[in-house]
Design a protein around this ligand. Structure first.
Ligand code: FRU
Length: 493
């Protein structure tokens, strides 16, 4: 078995894989394995990394610890797909195998140009030999590393671009998660950071060649907003700049910021020429209990697609899948657009191919539930609910899991099926529409055509779907087919 802080080489993984057939059989048997979400075959998964499309193929890398489900040393795993329905599971492709990244090949991004994938990530180092380390202001190194690939599978030698000493002097050791993009003739990189006064912020770098990077600016709020911002992403939609990031240490405000760590979108006024960046608005990106570290990319059709980690670090709730040897998954891919100045998230159109014939297609009126209880009780389904009017309503999504709307507050309550999770809410002007994706042990709820989203793990497998309340509308329920994921390592099973 692997020791916690020892490098992992490709050869080590290959040997381990050969000896782990039983482990794979054990995770496969778990009824909570998801049907239409990407998850680790064994072990642990966190942030999506290096999202991009190259020559028609989508590449989805992720933080991966194949060896055990609690997430120790991080490798980069890799999935590919052409249609977001059929996938190849490529296993790990980047290993913490050098002096640059010995304690974790941490999160990063991919930038594609001329058929080449330029990957940037953080090499994490922990200095165990020092007495005084606190892992905040000392004892930790964050290298910005570049590797290049033409297929997402084979990578060039690791090139060190920046090291802790290269970041501004008032930064703590927490600087990581490079995301690279191009504007005009120049390249830019954002890095998540914590300064020595424990303020979260983003560092902006620029480059002419993707290799030599110069510090340009800081992007931060006027008032402190958390002590560390992880996984930043800066992008433009319809002429509007948005920054997404994950601030840690933000206190709960009413129903907002109810998770241990946050994930937000910020609307920005950016003037790259004058080097001015002003944050104008901050909005929670997801309302559920299990959403973190999203990353976006623009595909060859020009769509801005977001995928997040369907999990969160440091939560006090758990995932019973750990007993079966695996933990966490990625969210559904969501297309981002802007409506009325707001960032909108909607499931990508490809997912409609998963729909089977509807088991329910009916209307309900204000007298209560008009036969919108599904006899078939599909466990894995998409429910689309359109309201002509809704003053209040209550839906059962599964035994013990409810979604209700009252006094302009929409609440997802996992009851006692959340493995420690509690209810989460959002305030709405009105409730017009719900698109609910229920997998064996997760739920993603798109509200009012993607204005708000709830992403949560739930651990209730039984029960029907029903709706009642002072409301009128229509409900359609489609059982969903599964993703097809082929393990390209699979030779003996
Ligand atoms: C976010 C994060 C990143 C880091 C990675 C390590 O979940 O903490 O900041 O690069 O996970 O796995």
């Amino acid at each position: 078995m692997f020791r916690k802080y020892e490098k992992v080489f490709a050869k080590d993984y290959e040997n381990w894989y050969k000896e782990s057939t039983e482990y794979r059989k054990q995770t496969e048997k778990d009824p909570r394995r998801l049907h239409f979400h990407l998850m680790p075959r064994t072990g642990w998964m966190n942030d999506p990394n290096g999202l991009c499309q190259l020559n028609g193929v989508y590449h989805i890398f992720y933080q991966y610890t194949p060896f055990e489900p609690t997430g120790e040393l991080k490798l980069w795993g890799h999935f590919t797909t052409r249609d977001f329905i059929h996938y190849e599971d490529d296993g790990p492709v980047l290993y913490p195998d050098s002096e640059l990244d010995a304690h974790g090949a941490y999160s990063g991004s991919a930038y594609v140009e001329d058929g080449t994938m330029y990957v940037f990530y953080t090499g994490n180092l922990k200095y165990f030999d020092r007495e005084d380390y606190d892992y905040i202001n000392s004892g930790r190194g964050s290298n910005t590393i570049q590797v290049v690939s033409r297929d997402g599978h084979h990578f060039s030698r690791k090139k060190l671009l920046m090291t802790t000493a290269d970041y501004p002097a008032d930064m703590s050791c927490h600087v990581r998660d490079p995301k690279v993009f191009r504007r005009g003739a120049r390249y830019y990189m954002v890095l998540g950071a914590r300064d020595r006064e424990s303020r979260g912020l983003v560092l902006l770098y620029e480059s002419d060649d993707l290799e030599h990077w110069t510090f340009k600016s800081r992007i931060m709020t006027e008032e402190k907003f958390g002590y560390m911002w992880e996984c930043p992403d800066l992008f433009e939609i319809d002429g509007q700049m948005f920054l997404t990031c994950c601030p840690q240490g933000v206190a709960q405000q009413g129903v907002d910021y109810a998770n241990v760590h946050q994930c937000v979108w910020m609307k920005l006024d950016c003037n790259f020429a004058a080097d001015q960046y002003r944050i104008r608005q901050i909005h929670q990106l997801d309302r559920g209990t299990d959403f973190y570290a999203p990353q976006t990319f623009q595909d060859e059709q020009g769509r801005r697609i977001l995928i997040g980690w369907m999990g969160i670090p440091d939560a006090d709730y758990t995932n019973p899948t750990t007993e079966a040897g695996w933990q966490h998954a990625l969210t559904l891919p969501r297309e981002l657009t802007v409506r009325d100045g707001k960032l909108i998230q909607q499931p990508i159109a490809e997912l409609r191919q998963l729909r089977c014939e509807p088991v329910v297609c009916g209307s309900f009126d204000q007298d209560g539930c008009a036969e919108c209880v599904s006899e078939a009780k599909p466990q894995v389904y998409e429910a689309s609910v359109t309201f002509d009017r809704c003053q209040s309503m209550r839906m059962e999504l599964r035994d013990g899991v409810t979604l209700y709307y009252q006094d302009h507050m929409l609440t997802l309550d996992p009851g006692d099926r959340g493995a420690g999770r509690t209810a989460r809410s959002v305030r709405l002007e009105c409730l017009e529409d719900l698109q609910i994706f229920a997998d064996t042990s997760s739920v993603e709820i798109f509200v009012n055509h993607g204005e708000e989203v709830f992403t949560s793990r739930i651990y209730s497998m039984e029960g029907g779907i029903s709706i009642q309340g002072i409301c009128e509308g229509k409900m359609v329920i489609y059982p969903l087919k599964s993703f097809n994921v082929e393990d390209i390592w699979n030779d003996e099973e």
